[in-house]
Design a protein around this ligand. Structure first.
Ligand code: FMN
Length: 354
């Protein structure tokens, strides 16, 4: 299964860069990973359609190898005015500390998925995935008609079955350890926190599709373990956050290499949707204030100015510091060296004999 899937993806190794939206979404890292024989990726969820098109074309210009584009499936949300007023007041305190004016209310909360999806169909990246939900049968058919391999994210066995029924080609099984936003869409996050070790073999047994393991896989030992659990490949996000090609703020990179990275938490405080990151002042201050945090993408749009200014000024207390539970295993290296090291470690771990 592993070799079949690797061949089908057109790559050399059963390793994918996990898609990461936001300041982490830059073509340079995707290009470097694809050129190293793994599957590069770009999280396009926050990109305007033209920026997404430009990024896909930039990746194509930088590599002949396959790559992967990811978007957020649209989900229901409401702009609750009472929550927004209370959340805005909390953001205001952070704005004052950062020397910003009072928080504005955004005109729009998110990019149009339909417009982004139209770009994906036109530009036809070799691999496409969504998180937060399933695609419609028409959308899956349109992707497949363009020879695009389709991946669906699942955080539970039930979600994996639903992705299979929706017609995807592979399942990305995202364990509770994963950094960034949770893909959960069927049940509450509290009821969808299955660890990678338990999730992967159960999804492998429940569906007929190749399964990509993700979440808390921090080095070659983790890759070896995931392959032993039946995964056909692994996807790693946090392990690439320290890559030289990753344009993260220096403060974020420094925290990832400190003991602070040993303590991550799931939080809605920055975006309105549960995501895992390194704990900081804003996260701790807002803990227990779930009742005032608006839905995703409302909170995400409202906190954007705070997060952006904090990132620029090096004030990590007000940034979303997305990271998975294996963050301390990440190392600052060029992406190609990370890929080579991970594969060498995995091969060594798989040779272990009892
Ligand atoms: C900074 C960051 C941003 C992320 N953005 C996305 C995204 O846009 N779409 C998505 O499907 N997953 C996103 N994720 C989750 C990853 O794709 C992947 O599931 C996760 O990184 C795997 O766990 P690990 O971080 O422990 O390797 C993000 C993760 C991180 C760390």
């Amino acid at each position: 299964m592993i070799q079949d899937f690797v061949r089908r993806l057109g790559i050399d190794h059963p390793l994918l860069l996990a898609p990461m939206a936001g300041e982490t979404a830059k073509p340079a890292l995707a290009i470097a990973v694809s050129n190293a024989g793994a599957l590069g990726a770009l999280g396009g969820a926050y990109m305007a359609p033209q920026a997404l098109r430009d990024a896909i074309r930039a990746i194509r210009a930088g590599t002949q190898r396959p790559f992967h584009i990811n978007l957020f499936s649209p989900q229901p949300w409401s702009a609750d005015q009472t929550k927004m007023a209370a959340y805005r007041a909390e953001l205001g305190k952070a704005h004052a500390e950062l020397g910003l004016g009072a928080p504005d209310l955004p005109n729009t909360y998110q990019e149009s998925f339909e417009a982004q999806f139209a770009v994906v169909l036109e530009e036809a990246p070799p691999v496409f995935s969504t998180t937060f939900g399933t695609l419609t049968p028409d959308q899956v058919a349109a992707l497949k008609a363009r020879n695009i391999l389709v991946i669906g994210t699942a955080t539970t066995v039930a979600e994996a079955r639903m992705q299979e029924a929706a017609g995807v080609d592979a399942i990305l099984a995202q364990g509770a350890e994963a950094g960034g936003h949770r893909g959960s869409f069927l049940d509450s996050v509290e009821h969808s926190l299955v660890g990678t070790m338990a999730l992967v073999p159960q999804i492998v047994s429940a569906v007929k599709l190749p399964v990509i393991a993700a979440g808390g896989i921090g080095d070659g030992r983790g890759i070896a373990a995931a392959l032993c659990l039946g995964a056909s490949a692994v996807a790693m996000g946090t392990s690439f956050l320290l890559a030289e090609e990753m344009a993260l703020s220096p403060g974020y990179k420094a925290l990832l290499q400190s003991e602070r990275a040993e303590s991550t938490a799931l939080t809605r405080v920055f975006s309105g949707r549960h995501a895992r990151g390194i704990r900081n002042a804003f996260l701790d201050r807002m803990a227990g204030r779930d009742d005032i945090i608006p839905d995703f993408p409302v909170a995400n749009a409202m906190s954007k100015a705070m997060r952006g200014a904090a990132s620029k000024s090096g004030q990590t207390d007000y940034q979303s510091l997305w990271a998975g539970q294996a963050a301390r295993l990440a190392r600052p290296e060029p992406a190609a060296a990370i890929v080579a090291r991970l594969l060498a470690e995995a091969r060594q771990a798989l040779q272990t004999r009892f």
